[in-house]
Design a protein around this ligand. Structure first.
Ligand code: ATR
Length: 289
């Protein structure tokens, strides 16, 4: 890390809880590698203090912030400006200082795109299944619909929530997305293979023995499985994909690239693949340590 001095600019992440965040590893190492006089810290912000925290961050001349659970939606009303993609997704994870306040961006979905590109998972014109219908699944559905997915199936335990997302997306891209209940996977065309994005928190530490669909016959349909969860590094969902002969990827690269894209927004610099890889190694070390 660079030495902290009078000119050091401060960045950070706000969340509740926030103490297990990996983001300081990403940004302090990036600042070190790129020689930027920047320090990144974690700030525990209670829900009722969100607005004051954003005003305070601006008054303290912070360069920017990341925003994590549970503030990604609520922070929108505290912003001076919002990027159109973040507005459509309805969730902001990155604040960039602007005249009179902060502008909000969503780098999670561009991060997922960049991670999929890195991993060689191309969904152009392909059939994609999203598991889950929460905030993350909604953002993934929006991102896929805007980036040439062939057809999307959104499967959720509570079918009505999957239908709500499907209705919203079909309203502007007719016939793009079909809602199914998790138990309905038997109705999928078995002669096809699907890219599956696991967008629920099922399987996350400490419940590492759970997968949102346990039935091995579902995994026969998987071409490539992408988990949003990054802790543990190999989830039960990923194991089930691999046992069925499919490739499977962890959410850690999405986490890496959402950070890289945020850093690029704050500094105006481009982070090379080589440097991104160095940061990925540091993240792996941090997770194993
Ligand atoms: P996020 O904003 O992180 O997506 P969320 O909005 O709470 O979180 O959504 C959680 C998702 O995980 C939902 O799709 C939820 O399914 P329901 O809508 O039926 O609640 C899904 N989920 C959570 N626990 C689950 C479980 N044990 N089995 C199946 N799905 C589960």
């Amino acid at each position: 890390m660079n030495e902290i001095g009078g000119k050091t600019r401060v960045l950070g992440v706000i969340g509740n809880p926030v103490e297990h965040t990996v983001s300081p590893v990403i940004h302090n190492n990036l600042a070190g590698i790129l020689g930027d006089d920047i320090v990144y810290a974690a700030f525990h912000v209670m829900n009722e203090n969100l607005e004051e925290a954003i005003k305070g961050a601006y008054a303290l001349d912070l360069l920017g912030l990341n925003v994590t659970v549970p503030h990604k939606e609520n922070v929108i009303k505290c912003l001076k400006d919002i990027d159109p993609l973040a507005e459509r997704i309805g969730a902001v994870n990155t604040l960039v200082r602007c005249e009179g306040g902060f502008k909000g961006y969503n780098t999670d979905m561009p991060g997922l795109l960049r991670a999929m590109k890195h991993d060689g998972v191309c969904f152009d014109g392909k059939e994609v299944i999203i598991l889950g219908a929460g905030g993350v699944a909604r953002a993934v559905a929006m991102m896929l619909a805007e980036n040439n997915a062939g057809h999307i199936y959104i499967m959720n335990r509570t079918l009505s929530k999957a239908r709500d997302i499907a209705d919203e997306i079909n309203a502007y891209k007719q016939g793009m997305i079909t809602a199914l209940s998790l138990d309905d996977h038997g109705s999928l065309d078995k002669s096809r293979k699907y890219i599956v994005i696991q967008a629920t928190s099922v399987g996350m530490h400490p419940n590492t023995e759970a997968a949102v669909i346990e039935d091995p016959s579902f995994y026969e349909l998987v071409k490539a499985g992408y988990d949003i969860v990054f802790n543990p590094l190999v989830t039960k969902f990923m194991k089930l994909c691999r046992e069925a002969g499919a490739s499977a990827f962890s959410g850690l690269r999405m986490l890496l690239y959402q950070g890289v894209i945020a850093y690029e927004l704050w500094t105006g610099k481009e982070v090379s693949e080589e440097n991104a890889e160095k940061i990925y190694e540091k993240m792996l070390e941090a997770m194993n340590g």
